[in-house]
Design a protein. Structure first.
Length: 123
C-alpha cells in the first residue's frame, strides 16, 4: 500500500478532484486527508495555534503510520473558511509550502489551487 498526505479544506466540492490528482501525481493508492476550514489561512499565520498544532499532529500520524510519500496543501476559489481574495489565498499557499517544507524536509511538498471550475492547478 502506498500513501500521500493532503492538508485540505473541508469543502466537499474539492475532495474528489484533489484525491484523483494526488493519486496520479505521487503514484499512490491512498490519500490521507487532513481537513480544516481554510487551512492555508491557519498555517500561513506561522503560529503554534491549537488548530495549526492539530494539523501538524495529524500529518505526522500519516507520515509515521502510513509512510506517506509526499504532502500537498490546498487552497481554492470561494473558500468559506478563509474568505479572502484568490490572490491572497495563493500568497498564503506559498507561505504554507515554505513552512511545510521546513517542517517535513524528508518529503516533497506541493501546493494545489482549485479554480472556480474545481480544476486542480499545481502552484
Amino acid at each position: 500500500m502506498s500513501f500521500c498526505t493532503v492538508i485540505n479544506c473541508i469543502d466537499g466540492r474539492i475532495q474528489l478532484p484533489v484525491i484523483a490528482y494526488l493519486q496520479n501525481r505521487f503514484g499512490v493508492e491512498y490519500v490521507d486527508v487532513v481537513t480544516e476550514a481554510g487551512p492555508v489561512g491557519v498555517l500561513s499565520q506561522r503560529s503554534e495555534s491549537l488548530d495549526a498544532k492539530s494539523i501538524y499532529r495529524r500529518v505526522e500520524v500519516s507520515i509515521l503510520a502510513h509512510f506517506s510519500q509526499g504532502i500537498a496543501v490546498v487552497a481554492h476559489h470561494d473558500c468559506a473558511g478563509n474568505p479572502v481574495s484568490d490572490s491572497e489565498q495563493k500568497q498564503q499557499l506559498r507561505i504554507c509550502l515554505e513552512i511545510l517544507s521546513q517542517r517535513f524536509p524528508q518529503l516533497e511538498v506541493v501546493g494545489l489551487w482549485l479554480d472556480q471550475n474545481w480544476v486542480v492547478h499545481a502552484d
